[in-house]
Design a protein around this ligand. Sequence first.
Ligand SMILES: *Cc1c(COP(=O)(O)O)cnc(C)c1O
Length: 426
Amino acid sequence: MAVQTVASSTDSVNLGPAAALSCRECGHRVPLGPVFACEECFGPLEIAYDFSGYDAEELRKRIEAGPANIWRYAPLLPVPADVADKPNLNPGWTKLVRADNLARELGVTGGLYVKDDSGNPTHSFKDRVVAQALEAARAFGFTTLSCSSTGNLAGAVGAAAARAGFRSCVFIPHDLEQGKIVMAAIYGGDLVGIEGNYDDVNRFCSELIGDPAGEGWGFVNVNLRPYYAEGSKTLAYEIAEQLGWRLPDQIVVPIASGSQLTKIDKGLQELIKLGLVEDRPYKIFGAQAEGCSPVSVAFKAGTDVVRPQKPDTIAKSLAIGNPADGPYVLDIARRTGGAVEDVTDAEIVDAIKLLARTEGIFAETAGGVTVGVTRKLIENGVLDPAKTTVVLNTGDGLKTLDAVAGTGVTATIRPNLDSFREAGLG
Ligand SMILES: *Cc1c(COP(=O)(O)O)cnc(C)c1O
């Protein structure tokens, strides 16, 4: 693996409690740097922390006194202690909505919540992960931010780069939703459409990293992936803190590459180990669209092998046919007693409308996937309606308007009362 960094030395890298990179497969450790695969076994690298010296009560107080964004959890993230003073988009601390109307529709009696990440600066959960990658890029001396994206990531990178004074050049499949394309282009960086699907885009970016053309570039989800991925832990921290420092019984999480789901589990485990929450069982459920369901298919088949698929679904933000973290998602779903399930495009649209009509939350297709899967898992008796359940909405419906095309005015009338009465609305 070519280690390319423009910093003169990474010896002095200060990323807070991040101590090293460690291989998820063989445990081999290497110093912090812009690398993502183990030199011994090619397994994925992840951040190893030094959390020694933390006292649970002090840490909880420090977090509660922190800013209303992800940086309240800086002591648990790979970022310098003064991160909140640097120019970034300060995402996070989004609403945990108690969804009683939706609960009634679905028959949930144990408390149903929607963690609504459409409230982030670029209207998706991706601002959380990009914020971590940005700090790593600063630490390693990169000046250009890049990514392979299914849409939301491109916007999050463009915005973060604009704010922090980086150049950005991001890559997307050419056929994305207009809302995602505009969101990715508006911040002034370069946006490149690739003739192919996300897996083609990702393969291209891997080639670019090894080429002089990509030298000095921080690809947030490739060579900065170990740092990027940690941002998803903040969803776990926030959910637990917003529930009063308590673990939910069940969480329903969308799966694209599977990174978010695995890091939510990592975050919950850390909270237990640090003594911030009581250690009690929780179940993690993964949600996919039927048109891109490699992890769900493997789960149901009872295998560890995730067979790549060619995606064909309206849930484009989740359309990764060869999910890097698929096997780890299977492990977590099985270990916690959860499951992985999928829903059709029609069920996704129904679920978007259901969430909007019951809770006033307009989710993007990924939110339709989690709500749809939640409904299906309850109907199938897999998800326990008597338990506290958190469903993630990771993006904003305004970015995927095509999915609900046909939703519109109840009636068009002339501007007079007769016409209004004729329409049967008075
Ligand atoms: C990227 C994304 C996800 C999850 O991505 P992972 O690759 O599984 O971490 C979920 N929802 C939306 C809207 C996304 O854009």
